[in-house]
Design a binder for this molecule. Structure first.
Ligand code: ADP
Ligand code: ZN
Length: 719
């Protein structure tokens, strides 16, 4: 695609990192820490960056790469994604290449030459390739300014994704002691953090740990009954958006996808046992928005930087909070609102525990403890984000306002008596009965199991018959979660006394419970999320254009523009290249490549709405501007728009005040002579502008001047 000359403007010299951010990425400001990181790297210091997925790590090494004189070598284990990453850089007008085993030796040679001649600023390479002698030879001949180690947690055996090739990376420091290194990862834990610096041989590194809070992700937990119905209801509210449904088993990914397809949804499935070609094709279709709903096992998503994933649903409880956070983190990477929903059922916990017990891993205790934390999250009656962040040792002082608990606060009541009844029944049955049987005992059921077991003789038999079975189950879950009751997983899931039991039974400890009616219900979304408000008709038109362009260019749509950028366009409705530049995410290169097409869609939209008799707020001025920019006179615009020249002039004055590039002096000169201008100015000085209106001036001058002329003169007087 050739750049469009009309969209190339004289650029000021770039000095500060922020100038680069604006020119190449179209963003007005850095996110917290990004700029400090960039400056640390530029100062030549080794730097470790911990930022959540979607936090914006890329610019932290790409902007230094642009500003430093030589080559930046980016080490990444994700060979499959290098092409996309480099493609995205090209779209931003940044010269980059990748170098890996998928290329022919001819291609590689061309890249080597470009690195040595300085044509390429960023080179992506896999660790295996990097550590070969031939590659070191290239590096010796090129001027290397920076090494960036992406997915740096792979170097640590503490991390969850250890890659043996990464351990050799300390060679970089040995061979290039003067070249700074920046290591980036989304993995939070402290052990890994320190390990990264040490294993890379960093000297006194600067370590940046950014907040792991992703406020744009809403958090919601729903009871795991009728999941499919709930999911269908949920998805019906989200047409044309992309999302992932994580399932525990391969089989359920397939059956869920089939059920959704039956209902007319554009769904597919993905798991590790698929044919590799199918898998690659499915993933590609999702990246390109050809498939909207991906039912997948956790094999899906690693390293995928599709920024417009609008929701993530967990069909089953994840096995720990790390995995959960990473998986929901794939939603809303573009910063726009995204929804996450976790379906929680006790059965999932039991399944995991069985699985763990069967596999009997070395760290069984640790895994069970992690699962328990996950369960506590799902059961929580306090702000869920606070729980998540506290898990990552981060303090969120105020409840977040964007989780189901915050939106719908729970009311507690004194549940001490309930707890005592349950405990007493547990004790009197010798801590041998599982939950359902215990409930039957409490409710005084006459089932066979009760009669046979002689449980109708227990003193607490029927002590809780005023409550429904479901309610008891709910309270027991709560009691388990706060440690009043425990489940003996090794004793056929019998309930037994938890750590708080004796305090409740004998020491008068009070227990707060939440009524089941106040707990999360299988309904979806109270308030309309902001995104849907922003997603009007124009957004849809822009989205369609984006998809067309993406297919033409053979890239995923989000590489053209992110959802946030389209939202911003739909809101601002720019009709000139300069106004388009103000939209977040429109950098110079993309303006040249795609500006004209996007402006056309916006202009047509604005015009269409006005012709349809609507008066969309703010856009009537822009329509005037559009015609004005095509060289039409005030009179012609007024005729076309069936408005007075006074109104048209008013529009232009308002736009000029709002910062649009309109030369009012020139316009005035075309309307009145300098003598006439002085006369109007004198009249204004005499009668003033009562109520800010021109009527008095108009009359004072006996109607000799039009309102258009008066408007212009007074507007310029204000300046
Ligand atoms: P990470 O690698 O940390 O997961 P990315 O670097 O892919 O995250 O950034 C996530 C998204 O945020 C991208 O769409 C990126 O363009 C956008 N982004 C990064 N920095 C900014 C910024 N300063 N302002 C607005 N958007 C940004
Ligand atoms: Zn909250």
């Amino acid at each position: 695609m050739t750049p469009n000359d009309a969209f190339i403007s004289e650029q000021p010299r770039l000095r500060e990192p922020a100038d680069y951010l604006k020119r190449y990425y179209g963003y007005d400001r850095f996110r917290p820490m990004q700029e400090d990181i960039v400056r640390s790297v530029l100062s030549g210091r080794d730097t470790v960056v911990l930022m959540p997925t979607g936090g914006g790590k890329s610019v932290c090494f790409q902007i230094p790469a642009l500003m430093l004189p030589g080559l930046t070598v980016v080490v990444s284990p994700l060979i499959a994604l290098m092409k996309d990453q480099v493609g995205a850089l090209h779209m931003n007008g940044i010269s980059a290449a990748f170098y890996n085993s998928t290329q022919t030796s001819q291609e590689q040679r061309a890249i080597e030459d470009d690195c040595i001649s300085g044509k390429i600023k960023l080179l992506y390479v896999s660790p295996e390739k990097l550590l070969t002698d031939s590659f070191f030879y290239i590096l010796k001949r090129a001027t290397v300014s920076l090494f960036a180690i992406d997915e740096a947690h792979c170097i640590s055996s503490w991390g969850h994704d250890f890659r043996p090739e990464y351990t050799q990376l300390h060679i970089l420091k040995e061979r290039f002691p003067n070249v700074p290194t920046v290591a980036l990862t989304a993995t939070a834990d402290k052990l890994t953090r320190q390990d990264i610096a040490t294993r890379l041989g960093m000297i006194d590194p600067a370590i940046f740990v950014s907040s792991f809070n992703r406020q744009n992700l809403s958090l919601q937990v729903l009871p795991g009954q009728n999941r499919i119905q709930q999911i269908i209801r949920l998805l019906q509210k989200k047409p044309d958006t992309s999302g992932i449904i994580y399932c525990l088993s391969r089989k359920s990914t397939e059956s869920l996808a089939a059920k959704l397809q039956e209902k007319g949804f554009n769904a597919a499935f993905y798991h590790a046992k698929m044919d590799p070609d199918d898998r690659a094709r499915t993933q590609e279709a999702f990246l390109r928005d050809d498939v909207r709903i991906m039912c997948a096992t956790i094999a899906f998503g690693m390293g995928i930087d599709k920024s417009n994933v609008r929701w993530v649903i967990h069909y089953n409880l994840p096995k720990n909070i790390e995995s959960f956070y990473q998986e929901i983190g794939r939603a809303g990477r573009d910063g726009a609102e995204a929804q996450t929903v976790l379906f929680y059922s006790f059965a999932d916990v039991a399944t995991y525990k069985d699985m763990l017990a069967d596999n009997n891993p070395a760290n069984l205790g640790l895994q069970l403890a992690k699962l328990e934390r996950m369960q506590q999250y799902a059961d929580a009656h306090t702000c869920r984000r606070q729980i998540l962040l506290s898990y990552f040792s981060e303090d969120l002082p105020e409840p977040c306002g964007n989780c189901d608990v915050c939106r719908d606060p729970r009311v507690t009541f004194d549940g001490t008596i309930l707890a005592q009844k349950a405990l007493s029944a547990i004790v009197r049955t010798g801590e041998r009965v599982p939950m359902n049987l215990l409930i039957d005992i409490l409710r005084g059921s006459r089932s066979q199991a009760i009669i046979q077991g002689g449980y109708d003789q227990v003193k607490t038999y029927g002590a809780g018959k005023d409550l429904r079975f479901e309610d008891w189950r709910n309270y027991l879950h709560q009691l388990i979660n706060i440690g009043v009751i425990e489940i003996a997983y090794d004793q056929h899931y019998a309930l037994r006394r938890g750590i708080l039991a004796s305090q409740v039974l004998y020491e008068g400890r009070k227990i707060e419970l939440v009524r089941p009616d106040d707990a999360p219900k299988p309904v979806v979304e109270k308030a309309k999320p902001k995104t849907e408000v922003n997603r009007n008709e124009l957004f849809e038109e822009l989205r369609i254009l984006r998809k067309q362009l993406a297919d033409q260019q053979n890239v995923p749509p989000y590489v053209i523009f992110t959802d946030t950028t389209l939202e911003d366009m739909a809101r601002q409705r720019p009709t000139t290249p300069d106004a388009l530049r103000n939209v977040s995410g429109v950098g110079e290169r993309k303006l040249q490549l795609f500006g004209r097409q996007f402006l056309e869609v916006i202009q047509n939209h604005v015009r269409g709405r006005v012709q349809a008799g609507e008066k969309p707020k703010g856009s009537t001025q822009l329509l005037t501007l559009d015609l004005f920019n095509r060289g039409m006179s005030l009179e012609e615009i007024a005729a076309e728009r069936q408005l007075t020249t006074g109104s048209i002039t008013g529009h232009l004055v308002q736009l000029a005040r709002a910062g649009y590039d309109i030369d009012l002096e020139e316009l005035l000169a075309s309307q009145v002579s300098s003598v006439e201008r002085s006369e109007i100015e004198r009249a204004v000085a005499v009668v003033g502008l009562p109520d800010g209106r021109l009527k008095a001036v108009h009359e004072h001058l006996n109607g000799r001047y039009s309102y258009a002329q008066l408007t212009l003169v007074t507007a310029l007087l204000e300046r």
